[in-house]
Write a protein that binds this ligand. Structure first.
Ligand SMILES: [Ca+2]
Length: 450
């Protein structure tokens, strides 16, 4: 896949804690190192996925699993960094793997991208952020009203720098040389982490894939609670079938505006749909096994979801991750790619678009190092009916190492109603994909960026 020759005959290094000296990271005190060799590993899932392709070397590979624990003296925290080192065919690169939800990393969901990275020859890294559990209720407050600021800072940023520096040190000890290139791969929380790395630690990674980032917390958290707040204030809670009917109607109204009636709204800017026009319309509702009229409350909620709130909070500044100044990352030669599903049901794509526009205001040549791809019909990091970007991570590597700019991406989706697989192209914002007006709509070359 890559032109660089892997070190196929590299001597297998000693996978034991004694062979790996404690990394030296400013402000961190290493507590312990464990190392275990894993043989006959296999990739558990066979599919194209947002993190990259299933590698050819997906069966029976071996790696050394190194876990490093450290603390920041005085903070009372314990962070764990895990590094998986392929014992053969290391490609001289490192890949950091991000978390999800309110988890920093090192949890069962990110085992697949870890395996996938190691199977491709990367030394893979993930860090748990020092969080004692997967739910914020267990750690975010020290007492009512008092945020656990040390752990919040670990989660927000510090663990990313520490974990990366620890991993680079372990890699150098194991192979006898530092990685030539370092990459980050993450979506959602992992996307936010990637953005934080670009903003705050601009020299640690050569390439960052940060998709559907869970950033802009000051607005995001308020925005996520906004529809619930509207319902609470109205004391009315519409049925899911009402909101589904309004969503279906919006898709029906806006689908064709991009030139193709395919169930995908590719031109969100041209889409305006007034949910109040459907108040009173009777719809089939599986929730009640009958027909009901769409309520005024349902239209108000749909409007609240689609337009969002202007709410704000000062509470999350540490983890906001919305600094549009990427000049240091650019200066260091970094490259950044992001996709965001236009049907993302958890984090609205507008957040990412606004951020890209803020970066563009500061740097009109932003496309030289940062490309953002809006993905019609795609849910949060995947799912829904939209096409999934193909091999975006590999495109990032090509950009960093060979200067091949991703002018567009191909994307493949689930079959449409007639059973035809949806192939589309994705264009870097603000360009849009347009059907050329002739040829198979499911063929890549029937589309172009404008
Ligand atoms: Ca369409």
């Amino acid at each position: 896949m890559h032109s660089q020759t892997p070190i196929s005959a590299y001597p297998v290094r000693d996978c034991s804690p004694a062979a790996i000296p404690f990394p030296s990271v400013f402000g961190a005190e290493i507590i312990s190192i464990t190392a275990n060799r894993v043989d006959d590993a296999s990739i558990p899932i066979a599919a194209e996925n947002p993190f990259g392709r299933r590698p050819e070397n997906a069966e029976n590979f071996s790696y050394c699993n190194v876990t490093v624990s450290h603390t920041h003296p005085g903070w009372g925290d314990t962070l764990r960094t895990q590094v998986w080192l392929p014992t053969e065919n290391w490609n001289r690169r490192m890949q950091g793997i991000g978390g999800a939800g309110m988890v920093a990393g090192l949890f069962p969901w990110n085992e697949f991208p870890m395996y996938s990275a190691v199977g491709q020859g990367y030394a893979a890294m993930t860090v748990d952020g020092g969080l004692p559990s997967w739910t914020t209720e267990d750690w975010a407050l020290l007492s009512p009203g008092n945020v656990n600021k040390y752990l919040l800072e670990d989660f927000a940023s510090r663990s990313l720098a520490d974990g990366t520096l620890i991993a680079k040190s372990v890699i150098e000890s194991f192979y006898g040389e530092a990685p030539q290139y370092s990459y980050w791969a993450g979506c959602s929380q992992g996307g936010r982490q990637g953005m934080m790395l670009a903003q705050k630690y601009p020299t640690l990674y050569d390439g960052i894939h940060a998709s559907a980032p869970a950033f802009n917390w000051n607005h995001q958290i308020v925005g996520n609670f906004w529809p619930q707040q509207v319902m609470n204030e109205m004391e009315e809670y519409p049925r899911p079938c009402e909101l589904q009917a309004l969503t279906d109607a919006a898709i029906e109204a806006c689908d064709g505006l991009d030139g193709v009636k395919d169930g995908l709204i590719s031109d969100m800017d041209a889409c305006y749909f007034d949910p109040f026009t459907l108040v009173g319309k009777r719809i089939g509702c599986p929730d009640v096994r009958g027909r009901i009229p769409i309520s005024q409350a349902a239209a108000i909620i749909a409007d609240a979801v689609w337009t969002g709130s202007n709410g704000n909070s000062p509470e999350y500044g540490m983890i906001d991750t919305y600094d549009p100044d990427l000049s240091a990352f650019r200066k260091a030669g970094g490259k950044l790619v992001t996709f965001h599903g236009l049907a993302d049901e958890i984090l609205p794509f507008g957040n990412t678009r606004n951020y890209y526009e803020e970066v563009t205001k500061r740097d009109p040549d932003v496309a030289d190092f940062y490309r953002y791809f809006e993905t019609p019909g795609l849910g949060h990091c995947g799912g829904n009916i939209g096409p999934v970007p193909n091999g975006i991570f590999e495109r990032l590597v090509d950009w960093v190492e060979h200067g091949k700019t991703p002018e567009s991406l191909t994307a493949t989706g689930p079959p449409d109603k007639r059973g035809k697989v949806r192939n589309r192209i994705l264009c870097p914002y603000p360009q849009k994909a347009k059907y050329d007006g002739k040829g198979d709509v499911n063929a890549y070359d029937s589309w172009s960026c404008h």
